[in-house]
Design a protein around this ligand. Sequence first.
Ligand code: AVJ
Length: 324
Amino acid sequence: MSPRNFAFREIPSPDAGLLEVVIAGLNQEPKRLPCSLLYDEAGSRLFDAICDTDEYYITRTEVALLERHGPQIAEWIGPASVVVELGAGNLQKARLLLQHFPSPVTYVPVDISKEHLRQSALEFAEALNHVKVQAICADFHQADAIRSVLPLEGRRVLFFPGSTIGNLEPDEALQFLRQSQQILGNKGMVLVGVDLKKDASILNAAYNDAAGITALFETNILVRLKRELGAALDPQSFVYKGFYNEPLGRVEMYLVSLREQTVRIGPRQFPFKTGERIHLENSYKYSVSEFQALAAKAGLLPLDTWVDADRLFSLHLLECQAPR
Ligand code: AVJ
Protein backbone atom coordinates (compact mmCIF):
# COMPACT_ATOMS: atom_id res chain seq x y z
CA MET A 1 0.00 0.00 0.00
CA SER A 2 1.39 3.38 -1.06
CA PRO A 3 1.08 6.32 1.31
CA ARG A 4 -1.44 9.07 0.38
CA ASN A 5 1.29 11.62 -0.32
CA PHE A 6 2.91 9.44 -3.02
CA ALA A 7 2.46 9.22 -6.80
CA PHE A 8 4.63 7.62 -9.49
CA ARG A 9 4.65 8.29 -13.25
CA GLU A 10 6.75 7.22 -16.16
CA ILE A 11 7.47 9.39 -19.19
CA PRO A 12 8.57 7.10 -22.00
CA SER A 13 11.79 8.31 -23.56
CA PRO A 14 11.56 9.24 -27.24
CA ASP A 15 15.31 8.68 -27.47
CA ALA A 16 16.88 5.89 -29.43
CA GLY A 17 17.05 2.52 -27.69
CA LEU A 18 20.09 1.19 -25.87
CA LEU A 19 21.37 -0.71 -28.92
CA GLU A 20 21.33 2.36 -31.20
CA VAL A 21 23.02 4.54 -28.57
CA VAL A 22 25.77 1.98 -27.95
CA ILE A 23 26.44 1.39 -31.66
CA ALA A 24 26.59 5.13 -32.34
CA GLY A 25 29.03 5.65 -29.45
CA LEU A 26 31.35 2.77 -30.32
CA ASN A 27 31.43 3.86 -33.96
CA GLN A 28 32.86 7.23 -32.93
CA GLU A 29 36.56 7.97 -33.02
CA PRO A 30 37.61 8.03 -30.18
CA LYS A 31 35.01 5.55 -28.94
CA ARG A 32 32.60 6.75 -26.28
CA LEU A 33 29.47 5.76 -24.36
CA PRO A 34 27.06 8.20 -22.67
CA CYS A 35 27.42 8.33 -18.90
CA SER A 36 23.64 8.01 -18.42
CA LEU A 37 24.14 4.32 -19.30
CA LEU A 38 26.12 3.86 -16.06
CA TYR A 39 22.94 4.06 -13.99
CA ASP A 40 21.20 0.73 -14.32
CA GLU A 41 20.04 -0.84 -11.04
CA ALA A 42 23.49 -2.17 -10.17
CA GLY A 43 25.16 1.07 -11.31
CA SER A 44 22.89 3.22 -9.15
CA ARG A 45 23.80 1.10 -6.13
CA LEU A 46 27.51 1.26 -6.96
CA PHE A 47 27.28 5.03 -7.29
CA ASP A 48 25.73 5.20 -3.81
CA ALA A 49 28.73 3.15 -2.61
CA ILE A 50 31.18 5.61 -4.25
CA CYS A 51 29.50 8.38 -2.27
CA ASP A 52 30.37 6.51 0.94
CA THR A 53 34.09 6.15 0.18
CA ASP A 54 36.59 8.24 2.16
CA GLU A 55 38.11 9.71 -0.99
CA TYR A 56 34.87 10.93 -2.59
CA TYR A 57 34.42 14.14 -0.61
CA ILE A 58 31.62 15.48 -2.84
CA THR A 59 28.58 13.89 -1.22
CA ARG A 60 29.46 14.41 2.44
CA THR A 61 30.56 18.00 1.78
CA GLU A 62 27.34 18.88 -0.01
CA VAL A 63 25.30 17.11 2.66
CA ALA A 64 27.03 19.20 5.34
CA LEU A 65 26.28 22.39 3.39
CA LEU A 66 22.61 21.41 3.09
CA GLU A 67 22.41 20.56 6.79
CA ARG A 68 24.04 23.81 7.79
CA HIS A 69 22.25 26.17 5.41
CA GLY A 70 18.96 24.30 4.87
CA PRO A 71 16.94 26.65 7.10
CA GLN A 72 18.31 29.69 5.27
CA ILE A 73 17.61 28.12 1.87
CA ALA A 74 14.05 27.32 2.97
CA GLU A 75 13.64 30.95 3.95
CA TRP A 76 14.82 32.21 0.55
CA ILE A 77 12.45 29.87 -1.24
CA GLY A 78 9.40 30.49 0.91
CA PRO A 79 6.25 28.40 1.49
CA ALA A 80 4.08 26.39 -0.93
CA SER A 81 6.89 25.59 -3.33
CA VAL A 82 7.32 22.85 -5.90
CA VAL A 83 10.82 21.38 -5.75
CA VAL A 84 11.86 19.46 -8.87
CA GLU A 85 15.01 17.35 -8.56
CA LEU A 86 16.68 16.15 -11.75
CA GLY A 87 18.71 12.94 -11.61
CA ALA A 88 17.48 12.45 -8.09
CA GLY A 89 19.40 9.24 -7.21
CA ASN A 90 18.66 8.14 -3.65
CA LEU A 91 16.84 11.36 -2.58
CA GLN A 92 18.96 11.70 0.55
CA LYS A 93 19.84 15.34 -0.14
CA ALA A 94 16.28 16.40 -0.83
CA ARG A 95 15.33 14.91 2.51
CA LEU A 96 17.86 17.14 4.25
CA LEU A 97 16.55 20.15 2.38
CA LEU A 98 12.81 19.57 2.54
CA GLN A 99 12.69 18.76 6.24
CA HIS A 100 13.14 22.50 6.74
CA PHE A 101 10.29 23.47 4.42
CA PRO A 102 6.91 24.37 5.86
CA SER A 103 3.85 22.48 4.65
CA PRO A 104 2.52 22.46 1.94
CA VAL A 105 5.40 21.54 -0.34
CA THR A 106 5.53 19.32 -3.41
CA TYR A 107 8.63 17.31 -4.26
CA VAL A 108 9.10 15.96 -7.78
CA PRO A 109 12.11 13.63 -8.03
CA VAL A 110 13.02 12.78 -11.64
CA ASP A 111 15.32 9.85 -12.38
CA ILE A 112 15.91 7.27 -15.12
CA SER A 113 16.50 4.34 -12.77
CA LYS A 114 12.91 3.16 -12.31
CA GLU A 115 12.84 0.72 -9.40
CA HIS A 116 15.56 2.56 -7.52
CA LEU A 117 13.50 5.75 -7.84
CA ARG A 118 10.22 4.08 -6.85
CA GLN A 119 11.78 2.57 -3.74
CA SER A 120 13.55 5.76 -2.61
CA ALA A 121 10.52 7.94 -3.33
CA LEU A 122 8.28 5.63 -1.31
CA GLU A 123 10.64 5.73 1.65
CA PHE A 124 10.82 9.49 1.30
CA ALA A 125 7.02 9.88 1.35
CA GLU A 126 6.81 7.70 4.45
CA ALA A 127 9.55 9.63 6.26
CA LEU A 128 8.40 13.16 5.39
CA ASN A 129 4.63 13.04 5.44
CA HIS A 130 4.22 16.80 5.17
CA VAL A 131 5.69 16.57 1.62
CA LYS A 132 3.61 15.59 -1.41
CA VAL A 133 5.89 13.30 -3.43
CA GLN A 134 5.27 13.00 -7.19
CA ALA A 135 8.03 10.85 -8.63
CA ILE A 136 8.68 10.82 -12.38
CA CYS A 137 10.75 8.19 -14.14
CA ALA A 138 12.22 10.07 -17.11
CA ASP A 139 15.43 11.33 -18.65
CA PHE A 140 16.05 14.74 -17.08
CA HIS A 141 16.49 16.39 -20.47
CA GLN A 142 12.76 15.99 -21.18
CA ALA A 143 11.89 19.43 -19.86
CA ASP A 144 8.59 19.73 -21.75
CA ALA A 145 7.23 16.42 -20.57
CA ILE A 146 8.29 17.11 -16.99
CA ARG A 147 6.72 20.56 -16.98
CA SER A 148 3.41 19.23 -18.21
CA VAL A 149 2.92 17.09 -15.12
CA LEU A 150 3.82 19.72 -12.48
CA PRO A 151 1.22 21.30 -10.21
CA LEU A 152 0.38 24.82 -11.41
CA GLU A 153 0.49 26.61 -8.07
CA GLY A 154 3.58 27.62 -6.12
CA ARG A 155 7.11 28.81 -6.75
CA ARG A 156 9.08 26.26 -8.72
CA VAL A 157 12.58 25.39 -7.66
CA LEU A 158 14.93 23.22 -9.63
CA PHE A 159 17.21 21.21 -7.34
CA PHE A 160 20.25 19.86 -9.13
CA PRO A 161 22.69 18.61 -6.48
CA GLY A 162 25.77 16.40 -6.57
CA SER A 163 27.61 18.31 -9.29
CA THR A 164 25.70 16.30 -11.88
CA ILE A 165 25.99 19.44 -14.01
CA GLY A 166 29.74 18.70 -14.18
CA ASN A 167 28.99 15.75 -16.49
CA LEU A 168 27.95 18.26 -19.17
CA GLU A 169 30.28 20.18 -21.46
CA PRO A 170 30.20 23.86 -20.41
CA ASP A 171 28.15 24.81 -23.50
CA GLU A 172 25.72 21.98 -22.73
CA ALA A 173 25.50 23.17 -19.11
CA LEU A 174 24.60 26.62 -20.41
CA GLN A 175 21.92 25.15 -22.66
CA PHE A 176 20.63 23.08 -19.77
CA LEU A 177 20.40 26.09 -17.44
CA ARG A 178 18.56 28.03 -20.16
CA GLN A 179 16.13 25.19 -20.79
CA SER A 180 15.53 24.59 -17.11
CA GLN A 181 13.82 27.95 -16.99
CA GLN A 182 11.08 26.53 -19.20
CA ILE A 183 10.21 24.26 -16.28
CA LEU A 184 10.40 27.11 -13.79
CA GLY A 185 8.31 30.01 -15.00
CA ASN A 186 7.84 33.25 -13.06
CA LYS A 187 9.97 33.70 -9.90
CA GLY A 188 11.59 30.34 -10.42
CA MET A 189 14.82 29.42 -8.67
CA VAL A 190 17.64 26.96 -9.23
CA LEU A 191 19.59 25.33 -6.39
CA VAL A 192 22.63 23.65 -7.89
CA GLY A 193 25.64 21.86 -6.36
CA VAL A 194 28.89 22.49 -8.21
CA ASP A 195 32.24 20.87 -7.50
CA LEU A 196 35.07 23.38 -7.18
CA LYS A 197 38.47 23.47 -8.87
CA LYS A 198 41.13 22.23 -6.44
CA ASP A 199 44.43 20.45 -6.06
CA ALA A 200 44.82 17.60 -8.57
CA SER A 201 45.84 15.14 -5.85
CA ILE A 202 42.47 15.47 -4.10
CA LEU A 203 40.58 14.99 -7.37
CA ASN A 204 42.69 12.05 -8.53
CA ALA A 205 42.10 10.30 -5.20
CA ALA A 206 38.35 11.00 -5.31
CA TYR A 207 38.04 9.30 -8.71
CA ASN A 208 40.42 6.43 -7.86
CA ASP A 209 39.19 5.16 -4.49
CA ALA A 210 41.46 2.56 -2.90
CA ALA A 211 38.64 0.01 -2.56
CA GLY A 212 38.11 0.11 -6.34
CA ILE A 213 34.42 0.96 -6.23
CA THR A 214 34.73 3.64 -8.92
CA ALA A 215 36.39 1.08 -11.19
CA LEU A 216 33.52 -1.36 -10.53
CA PHE A 217 30.96 1.37 -11.24
CA GLU A 218 32.51 2.29 -14.59
CA THR A 219 33.16 -1.33 -15.64
CA ASN A 220 29.57 -2.22 -14.81
CA ILE A 221 28.58 -0.54 -18.09
CA LEU A 222 30.21 -3.50 -19.91
CA VAL A 223 28.38 -5.98 -17.71
CA ARG A 224 25.19 -4.18 -18.70
CA LEU A 225 26.02 -4.40 -22.44
CA LYS A 226 26.59 -8.13 -22.04
CA ARG A 227 23.36 -8.69 -20.18
CA GLU A 228 21.01 -6.35 -22.07
CA LEU A 229 22.46 -6.54 -25.59
CA GLY A 230 24.13 -9.94 -25.49
CA ALA A 231 27.43 -8.24 -26.31
CA ALA A 232 30.34 -10.67 -26.72
CA LEU A 233 33.03 -9.14 -24.53
CA ASP A 234 35.02 -9.82 -21.39
CA PRO A 235 34.58 -6.98 -18.89
CA GLN A 236 37.88 -8.10 -17.31
CA SER A 237 39.71 -7.21 -20.52
CA PHE A 238 39.17 -3.50 -19.80
CA VAL A 239 40.50 -1.42 -16.91
CA TYR A 240 39.21 1.86 -15.56
CA LYS A 241 41.37 4.98 -15.77
CA GLY A 242 40.34 8.35 -14.35
CA PHE A 243 42.46 11.50 -13.93
CA TYR A 244 42.22 15.26 -13.60
CA ASN A 245 42.94 17.10 -16.83
CA GLU A 246 43.93 20.40 -15.22
CA PRO A 247 44.13 22.58 -18.37
CA LEU A 248 40.57 21.55 -19.29
CA GLY A 249 39.35 21.72 -15.66
CA ARG A 250 37.77 18.30 -15.78
CA VAL A 251 38.21 14.75 -14.52
CA GLU A 252 38.17 12.35 -17.48
CA MET A 253 37.04 8.74 -17.06
CA TYR A 254 37.81 5.92 -19.46
CA LEU A 255 37.82 2.17 -19.89
CA VAL A 256 41.09 1.01 -21.44
CA SER A 257 41.37 -2.20 -23.46
CA LEU A 258 44.09 -4.45 -22.02
CA ARG A 259 44.57 -6.23 -25.33
CA GLU A 260 43.81 -6.18 -28.99
CA GLN A 261 40.29 -7.56 -29.28
CA THR A 262 36.98 -7.36 -31.09
CA VAL A 263 33.77 -6.62 -29.22
CA ARG A 264 30.73 -8.09 -30.96
CA ILE A 265 27.17 -6.92 -30.60
CA GLY A 266 24.93 -9.01 -32.85
CA PRO A 267 26.35 -8.76 -36.36
CA ARG A 268 28.41 -5.67 -35.51
CA GLN A 269 32.12 -5.74 -34.70
CA PHE A 270 34.09 -3.12 -32.83
CA PRO A 271 37.84 -3.67 -33.01
CA PHE A 272 40.04 -2.42 -30.14
CA LYS A 273 43.78 -1.91 -30.14
CA THR A 274 45.75 -2.54 -26.95
CA GLY A 275 45.42 0.60 -24.83
CA GLU A 276 42.48 1.94 -26.85
CA ARG A 277 39.94 3.75 -24.69
CA ILE A 278 36.19 4.18 -24.34
CA HIS A 279 35.45 7.67 -23.00
CA LEU A 280 32.70 7.37 -20.38
CA GLU A 281 32.59 10.59 -18.38
CA ASN A 282 33.87 14.09 -17.93
CA SER A 283 33.39 15.77 -14.58
CA TYR A 284 33.92 19.52 -14.97
CA LYS A 285 35.06 21.61 -12.02
CA TYR A 286 34.27 25.34 -11.71
CA SER A 287 35.43 28.18 -9.50
CA VAL A 288 32.54 30.10 -7.88
CA SER A 289 33.02 33.03 -10.24
CA GLU A 290 33.28 30.79 -13.32
CA PHE A 291 29.99 29.16 -12.46
CA GLN A 292 28.28 32.45 -11.66
CA ALA A 293 29.37 33.78 -15.06
CA LEU A 294 27.94 30.70 -16.78
CA ALA A 295 24.65 31.03 -14.88
CA ALA A 296 24.42 34.76 -15.71
CA LYS A 297 24.81 33.92 -19.40
CA ALA A 298 21.80 31.65 -18.99
CA GLY A 299 19.81 34.46 -17.35
CA LEU A 300 20.17 33.19 -13.78
CA LEU A 301 21.40 35.59 -11.09
CA PRO A 302 22.95 34.54 -7.77
CA LEU A 303 20.81 35.02 -4.64
CA ASP A 304 23.29 33.29 -2.38
CA THR A 305 26.29 30.94 -2.61
CA TRP A 306 27.59 28.62 0.08
CA VAL A 307 31.06 27.02 0.19
CA ASP A 308 32.55 24.71 2.86
CA ALA A 309 35.55 25.80 4.93
CA ASP A 310 37.97 23.66 2.86
CA ARG A 311 36.63 25.18 -0.37
CA LEU A 312 35.83 21.78 -1.84
CA PHE A 313 32.25 22.29 -3.00
CA SER A 314 29.77 25.05 -3.75
CA LEU A 315 26.01 25.37 -3.54
CA HIS A 316 24.42 28.12 -5.68
CA LEU A 317 20.92 29.53 -5.25
CA LEU A 318 20.00 31.36 -8.45
CA GLU A 319 16.91 33.24 -9.55
CA CYS A 320 15.44 33.59 -13.05
CA GLN A 321 16.27 37.09 -14.19
CA ALA A 322 13.21 37.71 -16.29
CA PRO A 323 9.76 36.15 -16.01
CA ARG A 324 9.16 33.65 -18.78
C1 AVJ B 1 27.41 12.01 -10.63
C2 AVJ B 1 28.60 13.17 -12.31
C3 AVJ B 1 28.57 14.01 -10.08
O1 AVJ B 1 31.44 13.32 -11.62
O2 AVJ B 1 31.63 13.12 -9.47
C4 AVJ B 1 31.81 9.85 -9.63
C5 AVJ B 1 30.03 10.73 -11.29
N1 AVJ B 1 31.82 9.01 -11.61
N2 AVJ B 1 32.80 8.93 -9.70
C6 AVJ B 1 31.07 12.86 -10.54
C7 AVJ B 1 31.19 9.89 -10.84
C8 AVJ B 1 32.80 8.44 -10.91
C9 AVJ B 1 29.82 11.99 -10.49
N3 AVJ B 1 28.62 12.78 -10.90
